[in-house]
Design a protein around this ligand. Structure first.
Ligand code: T6T
Length: 324
């Protein structure tokens, strides 16, 4: 008799939980549109997003273009909007050019959250301007990242000499801010001249030839800051091809697997690893929170891990190397 009543109580409890869960457990589809698909940074972001989607029982759709370009990203966005996902997470490839295309998503009632990069000023939900409609911006502090790079490069070159920034192209919030933060911080080092920025269009080969061209014009070049993965990789290759390893110092933004060898060989002094998996994870969590009726912060900042020869072998540091 006792046993039977215990089972009955348990059964009622299970029914109550199941009933409660049914009411709010819609299976959400969340789309993640990266800056480009073939980039270890976004591949790592996807992993974090997948982990969060699994935790909340949502479906993650990862779809992007093969290059970092609004011309190829906008058609992907349009295709995603047509599928009517419950939310869109996107790394907009241009601050201005993605405003109107994303407005279409918001007008269709699809919540938009930007990850890594932003549109407009990146300050959202202010009730002013035409680009404040995304709900949240989840990213690294790129101004700070640029300042960290400047301090590191200044130290590497002995606080004097000539350096330049290898960058992607103007209009990208992240890399613009890194360059801005770098140049602001470099003002503290009056004996360092910052030469003209070289724009490589996210092409590592171009960044490598540019390094050699800058060196050909400036035989006293001391250092370069590669403002993203392909800029840094290319600039480092250029230094190596010019036979200047250890002489032209390299500070890299981003941490693909090749960075380990480059740090160990002395080609790269230091890499500033972002935490893309966190960006993806919190992106999905923020979308899920919003979709289930919770308020979310308009900005979430993720951190950096600075990797150099002294800590590259430490597993607590190495875990921030990006996935291929
Ligand atoms: O540096 C990242 C990302 O933060 C930036 O917006 C674009 O370039 C990367 O994806 C690295 O290639």
């Amino acid at each position: 008799f006792l046993k039977a009543s215990a089972v009955a109580t348990l059964a009622t409890g299970v029914a109550a939980v199941a009933g409660g869960a049914k009411a709010q457990d819609k299976k959400f589809t969340i789309a993640l549109i990266p800056g480009l698909t073939t980039d270890a940074f976004y591949i790592t972001m996807r992993k974090g997003a997948e982990a969060a989607a699994k935790a909340v029982g949502a479906t993650l759709v990862f779809q992007g273009a093969p290059d970092f370009n609004p011309v190829t990203q906008v058609p992907v966005l349009d295709a995603i909007i047509a599928k009517k996902p419950d939310a869109i997470l996107i790394a907009p490839t241009d601050k201005d050019q993605l405003v109107q295309p994303l407005k279409k998503a918001a007008d269709a009632g699809i919540p938009v959250i930007t990850v890594d990069t932003f549109i407009g000023s990146g300050v959202y939900q202010t009730g002013s301007g035409d680009a404040d409609f995304p709900l949240s911006y989840i990213a690294s502090d790129n101004l700070l990242g640029g300042a960290i790079a400047a301090r590191a490069l200044a130290k590497a070159v002995g606080e004097k000499g000539k350096v330049y920034v290898s960058n992607v192209k103007p209009g990208i919030s992240t890399t613009d801010q890194r360059e801005q933060g770098f140049k602001e911080e470099m003002k503290k080092f009056p004996n360092i001249t910052v030469l003209d920025t070289q724009y490589n269009d996210d092409d590592a080969n171009k960044a490598a030839s540019q390094l050699q061209a800058v060196f050909a014009r400036n035989s006293d070049l001391d250092g370069v800051f590669g403002a993203n993965l392909f800029s840094a990789l290319g600039a480092a290759n250029g230094v190596q091809q010019a036979g200047q390893t250890g002489k032209i110092r390299v500070v890299a933004f981003d941490a693909p697997t090749t960075i380990v060898d480059n740090i160990n060989s002395g080609l790269v002094d230091l890499a500033i690893a972002q935490h893309p998996a966190e960006i993806g994870y919190f992106g999905v969590m923020a979308a899920y929170a919003h979709l289930t009726g919770n308020s979310i912060p308009t900005a979430i900042g993720t951190g950096f891990t600075v990797i150099d020869k002294s800590n590259v072998a430490d597993k607590n540091v190495a875990k921030f190397i990006y996935s291929d």
